[in-house]
Design a protein around this ligand. Structure first.
Ligand code: ZN
Length: 457
């Protein structure tokens, strides 16, 4: 009797132990890491066409990483950051080292940045926006080198933290993003009051939560389509996404909140320019995330498929040497600086490319979540289009891997104006404008990649 009871107890212990293992093996693994990236030296603030010397901080800037592993051992890492713009010269170095150190393939890493205009300069991003000062160039280059190291370290830490987790998704809504092409900024308060704002917006707030088997919330990833340009002063902060992340982390101690900008190229937080407004937008976004977390969320099956392409986006016309010479006399200093730098390249024997290599990602998580990553400042049409074409559970991240320039849809390209017209020189490209088929090329690529990730058994 006694022996029988022992055996029964032993077998019960075994079955629960095996059951536990089986449960863990049928789960995702997730690892989360974070690092402060606030510059310690006077690297200028990025994103507006002027010299902005930092005068302190409202709160720290962060870079965060979420590593995921499915039941077959396939790993991906999503990096989010409070950077304004990560240039190719920086992210390429990161991707090469991630492949070397952690065998992470290019298709398995997305390096996103919120496009925060109270974040620091990096590499040659928006190089001609700023007056040239040798000491500043050195600081930017030194800071960029440190951030390359820091990103690689951060990813290593996230991979080191991989442990069983459930992934669940839902969504909320926040309404402070305004289509800045269709509404004049001074008119916005009146238009809001009258309910007369115009133009496409994407007010959806997609939310992905990472929950440990004991119910502990490890991370909350959320997105919103809007420029982090509430503030334009000289103080380090994460703008509205920074405030939103802080609010979520305060509400959920121990959890890491991560933000991706979901195609906010033509969206602004309006009205703006006051810290109170910035905080209010951050809290509105955090409340939308809470709203999603309170609702029943959709569990995501632990299966991962990824695909990636660099596609060529053509310039409408590459700038000529003659035109550059004329522009040296241009009264607008940004354009004159650009022209001088471009002429120097030609004099050094460089030839301008006629197109730019544009990164496109598709990650399929279970059958439930499709994450599309698009480089640069994609306008909101991309997010709306792919959500409608691929259905619920589709996230479209803009500002992924490379800052490049504005990426207009065909509609915005035809309309012209700032985001659709002559802006490429501002970003240091050897041209003024994209060819008219950029949306077509990007959409073709996205469809190819989604077909790949969805057709694998
Ligand atoms: Zn922008």
């Amino acid at each position: 009797m006694h022996t029988f009871r022992s055996l029964l107890l032993l077998s019960l212990m075994f079955s629960s132990w095996f059951g536990g293992v089986a449960r863990a093996e049928s789960m995702w693994k997730a690892g989360v890491s974070r690092a402060v990236i606030t510059p310690e030296k006077a690297v200028w603030l990025a994103g507006y066409g002027s010299k902005r010397v930092p005068d302190g901080k409202l709160h720290d800037l962060w870079m965060k990483a979420l590593a995921l592993e499915d039941t077959a051992g396939h790993r991906v890492v999503l990096i989010t950051s409070d950077f304004q713009g990560v240039p190719k010269m920086m992210s390429d170095r990161v991707f090469a080292r991630l492949e070397r150190d952690f065998a992470l393939r290019r298709q398995d890493v997305m390096f996103t940045f919120s496009h925060n205009h109270c974040g620091p300069r990096l590499g040659d991003d928006l190089k001609d926006y700023y007056p040239v000062e040798v000491s500043q160039e050195l600081l930017v280059s030194e800071y960029t080198d440190r951030m390359v190291d820091r990103t690689v370290q951060l990813v290593g830490e996230a991979l080191g933290q991989l442990a069983p987790a459930r992934l669940e998704q839902g969504s909320g809504e926040a309404t402070f993003a305004v289509n800045r092409r269709n509404n004049r900024e001074p008119d916005v308060p009146r238009l809001i009051a009258a309910g007369e704002l115009l133009g496409p917006v994407d007010h959806r707030v997609p939310v992905l939560r990472v929950v440990r088997p004991d119910g502990k919330l490890a991370a909350v990833l959320f997105g919103y389509a809007c420029h982090p340009t509430t503030l334009s002063f000289m103080t380090w902060c994460g703008d509205y996404p920074g405030f939103a992340q802080l609010a979520i982390e305060k509400e959920h101690p121990g959890a890491t909140a991560m933000f991706v900008n979901t195609c906010g190229g033509d969206q602004n937080p309006l009205p703006r320019r006051q810290v109170e407004l910035c905080e209010r937008y951050g809290h509105e976004l955090a409340a939308a995330v809470e709203q999603a977390l309170q609702q029943p969320m959709t569990a995501i099956t632990p299966k991962l498929e990824t695909a990636f392409e660099l596609i060529q986006l053509d310039y409408q016309e590459v700038v000529s040497q003659q035109r550059l010479r004329e522009l040296l006399r241009d009264g607008r200093s940004l354009r004159a600086r650009w022209a001088a730098r471009m002429l120097q390249k030609l004099e050094n024997g460089e030839q301008f490319e006629t197109s730019y290599p544009y990164p496109v990602h598709a990650w399929q998580l279970g059958a439930e979540l499709l994450m599309i990553g698009t480089g640069a400042e994609t306008v909101v049409d991309y997010s709306l289009r792919f959500q409608s074409e691929f259905g619920p559970g589709t996230w479209v991240c803009g500002y992924t891997d490379d800052m490049i320039a504005y990426i207009p849809s065909r509609r915005v390209w035809e309309e012209g104006g700032y985001e659709g017209g002559y802006n490429l020189y501002e970003y240091g490209r050897p041209a003024f404008r994209w060819a008219g088929d950029v949306e077509q090329r990007i959409a073709d690529s996205v469809h190819r990649l989604v077909k790949q990730v969805r057709s694998r058994p």
